[in-house]
Design a protein around this ligand. Structure first.
Ligand code: TRP
Length: 452
């Protein structure tokens, strides 16, 4: 078991929370959550999302961190260790393997979207939004989409940034990065919220996000909300498992996980609350704008407000930082797997994986222009396919496998020992949710969205 000695431990007790929050908070919170909320009617969607986070996301996250900390190894080996101790087939390691694969697929297209944020950051810093109206903003967004070279330059730069941090290793690279990035991110977000409260239609934004209309409930929305709950918490991918494996043994897993889930949800809600009031206050913009919501509507707002250059630049820097700490967590489990399983050097593993993700990412880049009409399967582009396959299928399936494995297969005493800081009642409640609530709910929604 020399692997245990090799495996690093975070230098500070609070780093797990910071790192996991850094992983969780990303494009999912700031770009995706507002636009899918807008597309799915607002309040009802937000409510479903919150319920899924609390009843499914949190228990699965606790399961995943427990596996990681117990295994103290890469995701595949961690699951296998638990399987071995529970005297079941090592084939359960496939859960870890599925996770590492999905992380790689997500990394490939996530870097492309993060590249958009980089492009907008550079425009914002140069004061490029000034005076924009809705038409100009749409045209600018379309021009970016239509230019494969420009997309590729930013995608390449972004992957390079990620490689840089991961290359420095867990303690010097990741830990330093998240300790600086996370507090900065919260500061910027609060600034934006304050702006929205003063200059936007705050009451309308608030009621859009929180007034519940039962007519908006649907299988489709439920499936999107569920997939997003997993995506936003970085679950079922080995990312949280890998971070958990660096967690010191004395920390309480339950408390840490609740903190991360709370912070992640807070950021998503604050991002929505900062965005919708601005959308409502700008003529010609609607909350159901789609993926362009952030990239089309906000520059209009920033371009026409006093000190908009400052706020606009702050916002896109924030998005870039958030995406950065997320891609770090997508690359890390793949690198951990190759170095520990095959003895690769950290730098080689890093460069090979990031290079392959970059190559695959070009498929996503081209999906927005030259390959717009290339639809290999189900009428979806390469990007659409990767996006739906990972989020709507692989994440819920991975979560289901994880809940079944930890809830039903893993040895109870081993789990109890790892979760020793939790009270008997808390442990029992967690196991109850994991065994009896998560699997049926996941199956139901997977099946429901399939047939609907
Ligand atoms: N949670 C991140 C977001 O909301 C994305 C992410 C990072 C992720 N690591 C992950 C998603 C691992 C799934 C699995 O943007």
């Amino acid at each position: 078991m020399e692997r245990i000695k090799q495996h690093a431990i975070w230098g500070h007790k609070g780093t797990f929370v910071l790192a996991a929050t850094g992983s969780a908070v990303g494009l999912g919170n700031i770009w995706k959550f507002p636009y899918i909320t807008g597309e799915n009617g607002g309040g009802a969607f937000v409510l479903m999302y919150l319920v899924f986070i609390a009843l499914i996301g949190v228990p699965v996250m606790i399961a995943e961190v427990t596996l990681g900390r117990h295994g103290r190894a890469n995701p595949v080996a961690s699951v296998q260790k638990m399987a071995q101790q529970s005297r079941v087939s090592l084939g359960w390691g496939a859960i870890g393997w599925l996770g590492v694969t999905t992380a790689f697929l997500i990394l490939s297209y996530y870097s492309v979207i993060a590249g958009w944020a980089l492009d907008y950051m550079s425009t914002a810093i140069q004061g490029g939004f000034s005076g924009w109206d809705g038409e100009q903003a749409s045209a600018a967004f379309e021009a970016l989409q239509a230019d494969p070279w420009r997309l590729m330059i930013w995608q390449t730069l972004f992957i390079g940034m990620t490689v840089l941090v991961v290359a420095f290793g867990v303690i010097r690279g990741l830990e330093t990065a998240v300790r600086v990035l996370m507090p900065l991110l919260f500061l910027l977000l609060l600034l934006l919220l304050m702006y929205a409260a003063v200059a936007g239609e705050f009451a309308r934004g608030l009621s859009f996000m929180f007034s519940f209309n039962p007519g908006d409930l649907s299988w489709e929305a439920a499936s999107v909300a569920l997939g997003h709950a997993f995506f936003t918490l970085s679950l079922a991918m080995g990312a949280i498992m890998a971070y958990g494996s660096y967690m010191p043994g004395r920390a309480s897993i339950g408390k840490m996980v609740l903190t991360v889930a709370f912070l992640d949800t807070l950021v998503a809600l604050v991002a929505g609350l900062a965005m919708f009031p601005i959308v409502f206050a700008t003529p010609g913009l609607s909350p159901s704008e789609g993926p362009g919501l952030m990239f089309v509507s906000l520059p209009v707002a920033f371009g026409n407000m006093p000190v908009g250059v400052l706020f606009g630049a702050a916002f896109f820097i924030l998005v870039t930082l958030a995406a950065w700490s997320s891609t770090i967590s997508l690359l890390e489990p793949c690198v951990a797997y190759l170095t520990e399983r095959f003895g690769w050097r950290r730098l080689s593993a890093n460069v090979v994986i990031a290079g392959s993700a970059w190559l695959l990412g070009i498929g996503s880049v081209l999906s927005f222009n030259l390959w717009k009409e290339v639809k290999p399967l189900l009428g979806l582009t390469v990007f659409g396919l990767l996006d739906s396959a990972t989020q709507q299928v692989m994440l819920p399936l991975g979560g289901l496998a994880m809940a079944v494995f930890v809830g039903w297969i893993a040895k109870r005493e081993v789990l109890r020992r790892e979760l020793r800081q939790e009270s008997d009642g808390q442990f029992a409640l967690w196991l109850l949710l994991l065994k009896y609530v998560c699997p049926p709910a996941l199956l139901l929604i997977l099946a429901g969205s399939f047939w609907a």
